[in-house]
Every structure is written in C-alpha cells, then in structure tokens.
Ligand binder design. Structure first.
Ligand code: HEM
Length: 416
C-alpha cells in the first residue's frame, strides 16, 4: 500500500508561487520536512520535488515527459512553440543532437574570445564619465557575442533594440499583464526576424559559413529525414540568442557577490582560471535564476512509498536543490572554495537542470554559460578598474529572474 504523500493542504497555491517565488518549494519542503509533497497550482494537482535524490527521479524519462508540462504563457514567450524543451523521445534526441553538435572546445574558445572582445569594445565606446549598469551592458555585449557565434547578422545600430527585444523574452514569462504582453510581442518579432534569415539561407539570398548555427539548423534534418519548419529553426536559433543574452542576469549577480563578499573578491586579483571558476560556480549555486523545471508523469508508479499518478504536473526545485543540506555543507554561506576537489554528480548541482545533456533536458548551454561568466569575471577583475557608487543592491525573491534593483552600477572606469 502506498503511503499518503505529504500535502500542502488548502487552496490553489498559484498566488503563493507568485509571492514566494524561488522559495516556494523550499519553504514547504522545510515545514513538511519532506523532499516531496503535493499541492495545487494553476487549478491542478502538482507534485513538488527537491534534492538530488528527487532530481534523479525527475530526470528518469521512462517516468516523466515534457509534453503538456510547460505553462502556455512560458511557451509563448520564453521557449517558443515547438522548442526542444517541450519534446520527448526520438524527436527530442534528434533536436538535442543538433544543438549539442555546436558545443565543442573550439566553440568555447571562440566564445571566450568574443566575450573579451565585446566587453573591451563596450567600455572603449562608453564615455568614462558615464555610469554603466552592468546588467544592461551585459545584455548588449552578450547579444553581440551570440549573434557573431551563431552567424546572425547584427548591425551596430540595431544592437540595443534587439537586445531589449530578446531580453523581453526572459524577463516576461512569470510576469502578468503588460510585461507578459511585451514578451509575446517580442517573441513574434524575434521569430519573424530569424525566419527571414532562414529563408535567405535556404534560397541562397543570404550566405552564412557552414560551421555557424544558422547554417547547421537551416539544413538540419529531423528524425523523419525532413528539413525543419523555418519557424522551428527560428525558435531554436533564439534558444541560443536568448539564454546567451540572459547570462547578463548572472553578471549582475557576479557584481553583487563581489560587493557582498569583498574578502572573496580580494582572492581573485591575479588568480588563475581555477579560482575564477570556483567563484562563478558559487554564484550559480548561491543566487537564484531559474526557479523550477516542469514535467508530467508519463506512467503510474511508486517512489519511496508514494504513488505518482500518470499525467500529474511535477516541479523540480532547482534553487532549493543547490542549497539542500544533504548535499551542501553550510548551504547559506557564500564559499567559492567549496568547489575545490568537489564531487559532482548529474543531480547535485542543477542551476541549469540535471541529468544528461544528450539524452535528457539538461541545459545545452551550461558550458557556454560557464565560459561567458568566467571570461566576464576575468575582464572585471584583471582588465578593468572602476568605482562602485552607492546604490540599492537588494533584489526580490519573487522577481523572476531576480536582478539587484539598481542593476549593479559602476563608474569612473579605466582599463588596467
Ligand atoms: C543564462 C543562464 C542559463 C540558465 C539559468 C539556464 C537554465 C536552463 C534550464 C533550467 C533548463 C531546463 C532544464 C530542464 O528542463 O530540465 C535549460 C535548458 C536549455 N538551455 Fe539553458 N540556461 C542558461 C543558459 C543557456 C545558454 C547560454 C544556452 C545556449 C547557448 C542555453 C540553451 C538551453 C537549451 C537549448 C535548453 C533546452 C534543453 C532541452 O530541453 O533538452 N541555456 N536551461
């Protein structure tokens, strides 16, 4: 006999999710003293999971599927319709292989070089008396990196406007009202922009190098041997442009961490790659970004004595898993050195999802993210001097993605 699953009893919790944001699952898992519990969200029963053991269950694709799991507001802004995030089985494997084929060492070297190049250019062009918001600057710099790397042409004059449009996609999915509609409009405009390029590549009107994502995706054949619909190619190209631009959120958190933990900042000057990487890994663990991953149970099954019914919406807590006491010593302390000699499993550190890159839904761009963050930290610590004026460094836990209120202002900068 299955036991009763711990229950967050009461009314629908959609408003609590909006109010508590990143801490919604953690708060309840603590009060119910359980890594699994049942609740109601958006009018339906939902199971919430946290911790590495539960993450291992969540990424078992014989038990969970992605079809019908993402809320439609997220599909209409963040992911785009028909994106790899929503696929299962053979179709997912084929699409994911297309994305992962880009992620080799050569690509990481190119991205690192582009990040340094565009940061340098950004500060050369900004007048030295101007106050710069690191978050906003990073959006512009990273869209330029992403466009260059994927083969998408981007005129200097349109960079800011396109960066704002692409940012609307990741700033809007959890939003209500106007911000959500801005996201929907941005999605349709961005899709049109890229679809036009795909058409150009296919008719020969626009030439792009054959190693670039725009070329690879335009000519990719699906599991049935057919070219992808141009709308799907656009969605997947935007699946590169959008999250690469969104790494700006973590740049803001790098700025916040350097401000909040000056003793850790001190250790970075002149430090090698390894220490820079511990710092950015701790930023990815300590600060929130993507709150939960969503799936649906694909079969009836039992786990740890609890019954899971087919078709149930299931949320995995990414933020809470990175702070779970079973896996992390002093999880509330910012401690980059914890990453020295650290034992990673596919499930214990999942700011960008867990499991397998090729066969599961783990983020295709995790290495890209690490390279972009490390190169940016290197630039900020070793190549630029600047002052950090007084400002509001706080952020809200129900603002998704969370960014410090003043977006990390810096001024009086000069190169080292
Ligand atoms: C900005 C920091 C990033 C965060 C916080 C992030 C987070 C995530 C998360 C949580 C998932 C879903 C995991 C799941 O459903 O189980 C995901 C999937 C994905 N990410 Fe990222 N990501 C980031 C950067 C990137 C970058 C830079 C790229 C591309 C270069 C990228 C491309 C993708 C793709 C294509 C997927 C879908 C994978 C699939 O469904 O198989 N992400 N990401």
């Amino acid at each position: 006999m299955a036991q009763n699953m711990p229950e967050d009893a009461g009314f629908d919790r959609t408003l609590s999710v909006l109010k508590e944001g990143y801490e919604f699952i953690m708060n309840r898992s603590e009060s119910l003293n359980s890594d699994v519990f049942e609740t109601r969200i958006m009018g339906e029963k939902a199971i919430c999971l946290t911790g590495s053991e539960a993450a291992e269950l969540f990424y078992d694709d014989t038990r969970f599927r992605r079809r019908d799991a993402a809320p439609s507001r997220v599909e209409k802004t963040l992911f785009g319709k028909g994106a790899v995030q929503t696929l299962d089985g053979e179709q997912h494997r084929n699409r994911k292989a297309m994305l992962m084929s880009l992620m080799d060492n050569e690509a990481m070297e190119e991205i690192e070089m582009l990040v340094l190049h565009y940061w340098q250019q950004y500060f050369e062009e900004a007048g030295s008396l101007e106050t710069v918001e690191l978050y906003e600057a990073a959006k512009v710099v990273f869209l330029q990196v992403a466009a260059k790397w994927t083969g998408v042409p981007l005129e200097e004059s349109e960079t800011e406007e396109r960066a704002a449009q692409i940012s609307d996609l990741f700033e809007s999915p959890a939003a209500l009202g106007l911000q959500h509609w801005k996201g929907r409009r941005a999605r349709s405009e961005a899709n049109d922009w890229i679809e036009g390029l795909v058409e150009g590549v296919r008719t020969g009107a626009f030439e792009v190098d054959n190693g670039k994502a725009l070329h690879t995706f335009s000519w990719h054949r699906d599991e049935k041997g057919e070219l992808l619909d141009k709308g799907i190619v656009a969605v997947e190209i935007i699946n590169l442009l959008r999250p690469m631009t969104a790494v700006s959120v973590w740049v803001a958190m790098i700025g916040l961490a350097m401000h909040e933990f000056p003793e850790e900042r001190e250790k970075l000057t002149g430090a090698g790659e390894e220490r820079l990487e511990w710092f950015i890994q701790e930023v990815r663990r300590y600060y929130p970004f993507f709150p939960f991953a969503a799936a649906r149970t694909d079969v009836d099954f039992e786990w740890q004595g609890y019954h899971f019914e087919e078709g149930t919406l299931t949320l995995l807590d990414l933020y809470g898993t990175n702070r779970h006491p079973a896996d992390w010593v002093h999880p509330e302390t910012f401690m980059p050195e914890r990453f020295e000699g650290w034992q990673q499993t596919p499930f214990n550190f999942i700011p960008q999802g867990g499991g397998d890159y090729d066969f599961g839904h783990r983020c295709a761009g995790e290495f890209v993210t690490i390279v972009m963050m490390r190169a940016t930290l290197d630039f900020l610590v070793n190549r630029l001097e600047y002052d950090v004026p007084e400002q509001d460094f706080s952020f809200e836990f129900n603002d998704i993605p969370a960014v410090p209120n003043d977006k990390i202002k810096i001024n009086n900068y000069r190169s080292k």
